[in-house]
Design a protein around this ligand. Sequence first.
Ligand code: RFL
Ligand code: PHB
Length: 390
Amino acid sequence: MKTSVCIIGGGPSGLMLSQLLHLKGIQNIVLERQSREYVLGRIRAGVLEHGFAELMREAQCGERMDREGEIHDGFLIAHDGKLDRVDLHKYSGGSSVMVYGQTELTRDLYEARDRMKGAVIHNAEDVQPHDLSSAKPYVTYRSGDDIVRIDCDFVIGADGFHGVSRKSIPKDKITEYEKVYPFGWLGVLSRTKPVSPELIYAKHERGFALCSMRSQVLSRYYIQVPLTDTVEDWPDDAFWAELKRRLPADIAAKLITGPSIEKSIAPLRSFVAEPMRHGNLFLAGDAAHIVPPTGARGLNSAASDIYYLYHALLAHYQQGDRTGLDNYSAKALARVWKAQRFSWWMTTMLHTFPDAIGYDQKLQQTDLEYLFSSEKAMGSLAENYVGLPF
Ligand code: RFL
Ligand code: PHB
């Protein structure tokens, strides 16, 4: 097979790029290791920044998101016996975020790819990029007993943190920066009405908790847990009891509980690989960088990568201009590091660290007091949470 752009990974990053390129007549093939059902079964992001929503519209995939997604103008932080509100709209100069699940937006992207007869190959095994430093790279994969070869101009590594793309870059050509946090998030999805119309981030001595949602009938809750815990350690009753302990009493009293329909633990990690390009391989999204979910930045950092890459590929194919491709890594990384900083800051401010000394705890408390006493500090939080410009 032959195509212009071979995209490894059919998550939000890969599908979005595929859709945008197709709309401009640039041929591409997406190779996804898992089945479509498996990809759609993963419960991940719930909050999309303005820029991501705009990209969905540009990809002609925004209709259902605009109909069913919820615009949120603010969120709450419970701390030290108080419940304070972050007014995103006021402090970001009129911006907001969209609450719309990653599952739903991935479904919309798959449907758009189907509608346009885009090539998305599922269950592609042993995907391997080759000759990345040459002008004629290619990708192979196994389908049953057959090895299939795809010749292309560019390979896009959009295959997430555990994908093959980043690993195919020689070790001496890439630098990895990593910070592993000593806890994870246990997440529960339940068919219950959310406890609050806006998200609640709760800092508590027993550990962080988050009340989020997917819709007015579907709630998503998280609690900080030690890395040694497993899902089996947390039957539903134990989860709800612990969540209630970490919420202000009046909120806990209102919480509607129900059977979990999904329960999983995600370790918290910050990671960046530099550069995001090796020859004709370009990394995008979680394949190149991940953040702890506290600042709701992961998917949104993926969106800016895709935006830069899309415009760079467009300039190359339409005007023969390669500057966008040459500048891609530096441009993407500048925004990626700002998302890293913000996610680290939110995580540090709101979690309970097992080895924290009294001094660290005082600083955490002061960080929150400063935040809610300074319009400038609120402005900084708000502009980062709604998303810095692409
Ligand atoms: P994905 O979604 O991991 O997709 C990569 C795809 O590549 C496939 N793949 C391969 N395909 C072929 N060959 C191989 N060798 C392959 N290896 C892997 C995989 O099967 C997969 O389908 O990466 P992508 O597209 O870059 O998207 C990134 C987002 O998924 C991620 O950043 C967000 O989910 C992070 N995140 C959040 N981001 C936000 O912006 N807002 C949020 O509210 C938010 N909440 C979250 C989150 C992530 C979470 N977890 C579980 C890590 C909440 C959680 C709990
Ligand atoms: C979610 O709803 O899954 C979610 C929301 C906000 C975050 C992280 C996750 O910061």
